[in-house]
Design a protein around this ligand. Structure first.
Ligand SMILES: Cc1cc2nc3c(=O)[nH]c(=O)nc-3n(C[C@H](O)[C@H](O)[C@H](O)COP(=O)(O)OP(=O)(O)OC[C@H]3O[C@@H](n4cnc5c(N)ncnc54)[C@H](O)[C@@H]3O)c2cc1C
Length: 472
């Protein structure tokens, strides 16, 4: 049975010798030791908080390598931080130490339309990059809803994704190369500027999604794709989840891949209407089916996917034609996540994944858990990938409710594994799901993961106590 996360607030001051070297290494404006900064940089979107013992603002790979060597010498934890928007406590310095903030390494170094790539520092915001790419008619495909305020480094470290992942993939599918500093202070250059490569071991893909536990990303070469010339959006409303899930299976079997295929359950539909402002009637389930392309091809794609969306249980099928109509629907979809906070003070937002065919079983089970436990559970997400956001909405001041939520979470993770799925599709593991990792991997596979951690970070200084369960 997994134990709870160990939130050991150290409160200890850093060794004076360490502090002296840190001060000698950093420009005064790149080192914060005041109580307010230590508090702010010890907090993230998981709403957990443990004060840092020092905050360093990264400036270059050389400086990061020197900092790793210093931390290694004194066995001081080093926690990378982009913008702290992760949901799993991944940037909270639970064992104290230095928080390394990448927000000032924020240069777009190169945009190369001929080779369809961009080279960026890790602190560039996803949204800033998309704005810079627009004049070139290009985009970087990963589109987390947090794009305006999440960093590329954080995106890569979590293997973030969004609605477009169903067609274009997540971060791992959209990066050509990274420069990163490992836990021994070595500057690694992994990957290639080319779109094909079969040279040596693919360590780059190991680092993407490793949540700052294996290496610190100091530069990334991103694969770009053309901005779609046009978009169309179908809204398909169904009597029940089963009918919607059958439509998802039909749509995903088509030779034409939708650019997004999003699902909302009955509660999410009500929230999208009441809080998000969408014009929607009560229904069992809703699909948003987006296609991109141009001219006749786009019209043909709409007709093909519209035909596949039709079937038993369909209540209505509408096309949002104008950019304004399309944006209004996406606005309501994006409003869902913050709107959940209107239902209860605390939301536990999981992002489990199951094979598409097993989605109805998972949603039905979530409805049953909501009835049994007495708190709302709202499901929506990226149906084309089987990636469902299961939101448990509780009042943490009611200890009995919090205890029931823990039981439901345990049952949820066991259920998704039993259905052939996995614990996280895009948010990562961090602190919150760390102790559930043995559900997803057998002992031999986990042992290799620990060996990989020991090999790249032998002193265990990089984001300790995250991703892998603690060793006894
Ligand atoms: C409203 C909202 C909507 C969201 N929607 C989505 C969504 O649609 N899809 C999705 O995938 N996520 C989503 N998220 C979660 C979050 O935004 C993403 O995980 C994002 O990628 C985190 O970026 P960040 O810059 O905030 O990273 P942080 O939260 O600062 O860090 C995340 C992890 O990356 C590590 N890290 C950061 N920078 C580096 C680096 N340079 N080198 C090595 N490790 C590093 C950290 O140590 C930590 O483990 C959402 C969050 C919010 C608040």
């Amino acid at each position: 049975m997994p134990s709870g996360p160990d939130l050991r607030a150290t409160g200890t001051s850093l060794p004076p010798e360490f502090l002296g070297s840190l001060q000698a290494m950093c420009a005064p404006e790149d080192l914060s030791l005041d109580a307010a900064s230590l508090q702010v940089y010890g907090y993230d979107n998981s709403r957990r908080s443990v004060p840092a013992q020092a905050v360093v603002f990264a400036r270059s790979a050389t400086q990061v390598a020197a900092l790793v060597n210093l931390c290694r010498q004194f066995r001081v934890p080093l926690v990378a931080r982009g913008r702290g928007t992760n949901t799993t406590g991944a940037t909270v310095p639970v064992q104290g130490g230095v928080v390394l903030a990448f927000e000032r390494m924020n240069r777009i170094i190169e945009v190369n339309p001929d080779d369809r790539l961009a080279v960026v520092e890790p602190g560039v915001l996803n949204g800033t990059l998309q704005t810079a790419l627009r004049p070139f008619g290009l985009m970087w495909a990963p589109d987390p809803t947090s794009a305006p305020f999440a960093s590329i480094g954080g995106n890569l470290a979590c293997n973030a994704g969004g609605p477009r992942a169903v067609k274009y993939g997540s971060c791992r599918d959209n990066v050509l190369a990274v420069q990163a500093v490992d836990g021994r202070g070595r500057v690694l250059r992994l990957g290639t500027r080319t779109t094909k490569g079969s040279t040596g071991y693919d360590l780059m893909r190991v680092l993407i999604g490793s949540e700052g536990t294996l290496a610190l990303i100091t530069e990334a070469t991103l694969k770009l794709v053309p901005l779609p010339a046009g978009r169309a959006l179908l809204r398909a409303v169904y009597d029940d989840v089963e009918s919607a899930a059958k439509a998802v299976a039909r749509l995903m079997c088509a030779p034409l891949v939708p650019a997004a295929l999003e699902f909302m359950d009955a509660q999410a539909i009500r929230l999208a209407r009441d809080v998000g402002g969408a014009e929607l009637e009560d229904a069992g389930a809703l699909l948003m089916i987006e296609v991109d392309g141009e001219g006749e091809a786009l019209a043909g794609a709409v007709a093909t996917l519209g035909a596949l969306a039709r079937g038993p249980g369909l209540k209505s099928l509408d096309e949002a034609r104008s950019p304004e109509q399309i944006e209004a629907l996406w606005r309501a979809r994006r409003a869902l996540s913050p709107a959940l906070r209107t239902l209860a003070p605390k939301k536990i937002n999981e992002d489990v994944v199951v094979p598409v065919s097993r989605l109805p079983e998972l949603v039905r089970q979530a409805e049953a858990w909501a009835l049994e436990s007495g708190f709302p559970i709202v499901c929506f997400g990226h149906a084309g990938n089987g990636n469902l956001h299961v939101n448990l909405l509780i009042d943490p001041d009611q200890p009995e409710q919090a205890a029931r939520a823990a039981v439901v979470l345990d049952a949820l993770f066991r259920k998704v594994i039993a259905l052939g799925g996995t614990l996280s599709g895009e948010h990562g593991i961090g602190l919150d799901k760390r102790d559930f990792l043995p559900l997803a991997f057998d002992a031999d596979t986990l042992a290799v993961m620990y060996e990989m951690k020991d090999w790249l970070d032998p002193s265990g200084i990089l984001n300790p106590a995250k991703v892998l369960p603690l060793r006894s």
